[in-house]
Design a protein around this ligand. Structure first.
Ligand SMILES: [Fe+2]
Length: 306
């Protein structure tokens, strides 16, 4: 594992990718039976079904799937056979038992970082195919990735201007684009690489860009993201800067702002959001496919089943 020295902006109390043990696997949350039953009952509107294609330079293209009509057991099989990345959003509502257990684990992890205080948490359960990969992106939040099943390799990069341009952050926070930021293969030399096994949880510096490769196994992880007051202020300031930039102003980098300046911009962002000054550009996607057992990549035609 490489230790990185490049300056990251706004790391918060977590200075690098750290692995922590957790007990969620032992409690049976990742068994086939539990997952198939979950998929059967999970609300269709809380599914994100993604399929990423990559070119030779590592640039990605996203296709999105509809929930479709497969039973939970069939959908599980399609994921195991395919190249799908299925996110079940809002686990806090969709699987309260898992969520409660994970919040207990978070308390243990949080206690290891003086000054870390999550003020809002949300989670998504990720079921992904043996060969699935998630492209380079960042989350405008802290993240704990509880790994429950399979093996995955996580690449964590410095959150500096080279790897995470602030203008790109503004665009993501203001929902003018998806969570992707510019990626170059040359970044690989700067990555901290962590192989995750079931029973391990990974956390990394706030906002640090990352990407994930599954290591030839069907994978199950719970991704918990959380806000702290500093990340709230920071996200608000990024949003306010996006609004200013859209009006041809040249806002100060949030890196140069102290807590008072960040808090003032956060307060402004709340007003801007209310006024809907930055229309959400991430419109509802047209869905490209439905999961299908035996189809290439697990992605069947969306029209063939109607
Ligand atoms: Fe992420």
């Amino acid at each position: 594992m490489l230790q990185k020295t490049a300056p990251s902006r706004y790391t918060g109390p977590i200075a690098k990718g750290d692995v922590h043990p957790h007990t969620l696997v032992d409690r049976g949350f990742a068994s086939d039976e539990a997952l198939a039953a979950l998929l059967d009952r999970y609300p269709a509107e809380l599914f994100d079904i993604n399929l990423y294609d990559y070119d030779d330079d590592g640039q990605s293209r996203l296709r999105t799937g509809a929930r479709g009509r497969l039973s939970g057991a069939e959908l599980l099989e399609a994921i195991k056979q395919g190249r799908l990345w299925v996110n079940l959003r809002s686990v806090e509502q969709g699987w309260p038992e898992l969520w409660q257990a994970a919040m207990g684990e978070l308390a243990t992890i949080q206690a290891r970082y003086p000054g870390l205080k999550a003020v809002r948490n949300a989670g998504q359960l990720i079921l992904s195919s043996p060969k699935a990969r998630v492209p380079y992106h960042f989350d405008a939040a802290g993240v704990v990735l509880f790994h429950l099943r399979g093996r995955k390799r996580v690449f964590v990069y410095p959150g500096d201007e080279l790897h995470l341009p602030e203008i790109a952050m503004e665009q993501v926070v203001a929902r003018q684009t998806t969570e992707e930021v510019p990626y170059s293969r040359s970044f690989e030399a700067d990555a901290q690489v962590v192989d995750l096994e079931p029973g391990q949880a990974l956390t990394w510096p706030f906002y640090a860009p990352h990407r994930v490769e599954n290591l030839d196994r069907f994978c199950v992880s719970l991704s918990m993201d959380f806000q702290t007051w500093p990340t709230r202020f920071r996200n608000g300031a990024l949003y306010a800067n996006a609004v200013a930039r859209a009006r041809r102003h040249q806002p100060r980098s949030t890196d140069t702002l102290g807590t008072v300046g960040l808090a003032a911009r956060w307060a402004a962002s709340l007003a801007f959001r209310k006024l809907k000054l930055m229309p959400d550009q991430i419109a509802r996607f047209e869905r490209d496919f439905e999961p299908e057992v035996g189809a290439l990549d697990g992605a069947g035609s969306i029209n063939s089943r109607s």
